[in-house]
Design a protein around this ligand. Sequence first.
Ligand code: GCW
Length: 686
Amino acid sequence: MTGEDGSQLWLSFPTLENFPQRWQEQFASLRIAGSSATMRVVQAELKDGLGRLLGSEIALRDDAGLIVGTPSQSQQIASLKWESELAAQGSEGYLIRWANLEGRQRLIIASQGETGLLYGVFDLLRHLQMGMPLDSLDIAERPRLGLRMLNHWDNLDGSIERGYAGRSLWKWEELPGKIDPRYAAYARACASIGINATALNNVNADPRILEKNYLRKVAVLADIFRPYGLRVFLSANFAAPIMVGGLKTADPLDQKVADWWKHKAAEIYELVPDFGGWLVKANSEGQPGPQDYHRTHADGANVLADALQDHGGIVIWRAFVYDEKVDPDRIKRAYKEFKPLDGKFRDNVMVQVKNGPLDFMPREPFHPLFGAMRKTPVMAEVQAAQEYTGQAKHLVFLGTMWKEFLDSDTCAEGEGSTVGKVLEENKNGGTEVPVPVELTGMAAVANTGDGVNWCGHDFSQANWYAFGRLAWNPDLPAEHITEEWIGQTFTCDSGVLQTIKQMMLSSREIYVNYTMPLGLHHLIGGDHYAPMPWNDSEPRADWTATYYHRASADGIGVDRTAHGDRATGQYFPAVAEVFDDVEKCPENLILWFHRLSWDHVMRSGRALHEELRARYFQGAEAAAGLEKTWQTLKGKIDPGRHAAVAKRLAIQTADSALWRDRCVAYFQNIYLRAGRAAIGGALRIN
Ligand code: GCW
């Protein structure tokens, strides 16, 4: 029971009980080759982490039981001749193995790169803490995706768009002079789960971030993050050449504009030599973009990419667009705009696509652009910030949702082309890309803030954690991730761990049930938190709720099948066929793709209107169940965090009941009106 205020995240390393003496001796001494900034971090983390786990001081000795290094730094490691295996793991991957060196069994952490060593260190610490077997330790790990990135929607004034955990971690007004200890703590937390990139500012970008005085502040953060293998990206406002550059246009085909971006890139690289590149939201929700000049998204991305090319930077261009002119159905628009641009982007452009075609709903089908962009590297964007999933007031573990997404079969190349696999393929079709990262990746909208426990809800930390682990390996089971997180965050006591694990694993489905079951979506209003299924007046139709559910006397849902607006046709045929067929379509997405009558018989045998009602009741009851279950853990979790979580669970119980009552009343009212109309009709016929 440690980390009472949650500030230590999953990194509190409480002393291991009953740790066998022979292991105690094995890990009591350490030898680390190299003295770079990263190696200093490697050493500090091992000394500190092991020291806490073992409850004793760790000595640095030549004849140590644990040896850490790259073959180029350490003769001992070079002598093992693991080069080809290390090459296979890459500079961020590592081996952890036993080896007999100079007459003694030693545990080795080896990598080609120093960041790989750091990742190996955190893996070993996790292993020890989880009480995993040590005799047979033989780990070969490498990240499956090149970019494992957080996107902060943090504004320069310290506020956070869709932030639910306090104000921004970045104290722009204090930088570059004053350094908050949280900066290094943040980089460390990211490194502990393999996150290697961070975009510091909101995609609704204030162009001033590109001005010299801000770049100097950015450079300080980049310097702090670098030893942890964390590279900085910035969100760029497409109209920056006008807004901070004094030009009259931001037309991407204008030479002066191209030159402006080139100069800007050069200026940034002088301050931040390993700058990652620009993340861009363009022609979306009022943001400027190339279409303002009748140019395409590719034209826009390419002018920025050209500016970064010589420096090894990349452009991450978001596909979150939904121009009303493109299609009456919002969910079809991004595909229609981006699919024709496949092959038209520079080699150092990645297109970033949200997991679903709408907007981070509690459940969506995967976005049809996954698997469809054959010649463009596509990066996935998920949202750790719980904008539509309870805003850090509700316990919703998103690992299961992201697994569902990553495991979805796109059928792009026959069965088994899951989103995870599609993300892993390096799509730069044979061309040698002169960028320092593999152009594959996944980003999460960050859920961090400056509150004590970083994420608002103690359980929201698990979403940050799960994102890092899944971006490292999309095949990791959600169960495994929850065990790791609980074990490191709360306790390895198996009874408590299993109880919390069940709460976490069921939480997303519970949330779906009491908010938007059966494929319903966007039943919200302004703040995206409270239920508002009746919401029919917003500045845009596609911001209302009624635009999506279309509930009326004759039924509910939108027909997006081949008989309807043909959204299903954006998927590969094998997938489209399933979604099209009301019998085969997964019931949890049925009202996403189908319009059904209220009497439609569901798989349970119940009529749709009954099923809907039952789901809402089930969901709210299960939410109350989470609260009750947590009460059984009183005394087994430290009191501070137990009370904090209990408080939020009480809010969740109350708000889930509100969701249930409002939605059931609203839909029932429409259904009952339908019933009355039917009776009325029948009477008339008679
Ligand atoms: O989910 C929506 C949010 C906006 C956000 C936008 C986006 C940053 O409501 O706040 O803007 O998505 O992803 O660009």
